[in-house]
Design a protein around this ligand. Structure first.
Ligand code: AMP
Length: 238
């Protein structure tokens, strides 16, 4: 039996880091439907163009197209022992398709890992994120306060919240924020949208006994260890 794992988590929960950990630990590739669609950018055909238009409009790609693209990926040689799915399923219909597809291959879903993070912590992680323009390294003004100096600078028009300016105290470099992280309202909206869209899937998988909740509000290594202990238990049939 392969190891088929879905990983879900709000932005800031550490999904990318933990997916990379699972990939290294269990030798199964990470499959992100968003990445698969982005990779179609270089293609010139009608389907690829349609997918680009849909993504640019911020909409979901139709299920038939998504499932077909995913199936194609799941049937590649490196995925024979299973995969970590990221960004899929986005709805119950996709979840049902996946279940049927795996059954057809004599496989089944091993676990759905939900990296649990409360909305306020998720907000602080996204809103407090700053990046070194030279090295790309990310910092957080809240959790790495000793490494940074930062100040809130009022907007000329007095809008709330004020802008944040941060400096790396070791190098003196001014750190930059992603524009969509700097806008508090858009961070809140992104987080709200995630919880609303994910809840039906969380309920669906909980009912089927495959949901594994992991507390994401702890150090990276502790989250990885919790994931490993659950996946090891599942793999040994425990
Ligand atoms: P992501 O990188 O997961 O945020 O995905 C980027 C975009 O790809 C989304 O906004 C959708 O347009 C599309 N997409 C990714 N995964 C799916 C999916 N499972 N179902 C439908 N559309 C998807």
């Amino acid at each position: 039996m392969g190891l088929y794992v879905i990983i879900m988590g709000v932005q800031g929960a550490g999904k990318g880091t933990q997916a990379a950990y699972i990939q290294a630990q269990y030798g199964i590739p990470q499959v992100s439907t968003g990445d698969l669609f982005r990779a179609m950018k270089t293609r010139e055909d009608e389907l690829a163009r349609r997918v680009q238009d849909i993504m640019n409009a911020g909409l979901l790609v139709p299920d038939e197209v998504t499932n077909e693209v995913l199936q194609d990926r799941l049937e590649q040689a490196d995925a024979a022992g299973g995969v970590i799915l990221d960004g899929y399923p986005r709805n119950i219909a996709q979840a049902e398709w996946l279940a049927q597809y795996l059954t057809g291959r004599g496989e089944s879903l091993s676990a759905v890992i939900l990296l649990e993070l409360d909305a306020f912590t998720a907000f602080k992680r996204a809103f407090g994120r700053v990046q070194s323009p030279s090295s790309g390294q990310m910092f957080n003004i809240y959790s790495e306060a000793e490494r940074l100096t930062w100040q809130a600078v009022p907007h000329p028009g007095g809008e709330y919240p004020p802008r944040i300016e941060a400096t790396d105290t070791q190098t003196g470099e001014a750190l930059a924020r992603r524009s969509d992280d700097a806008d508090a309202a858009s961070v809140v909206k992104r987080i709200d949208t995630f919880y609303a869209a994910t809840q039906p899937l969380v309920d669906y998988y909980r009912e089927r006994g495959v949901l594994v909740s992991v507390n994401a509000d702890q150090p990276v290594e502790a989250v990885s260890a919790a994931i490993k202990s659950e996946l090891d238990r599942i793999q040994s049939g425990g």
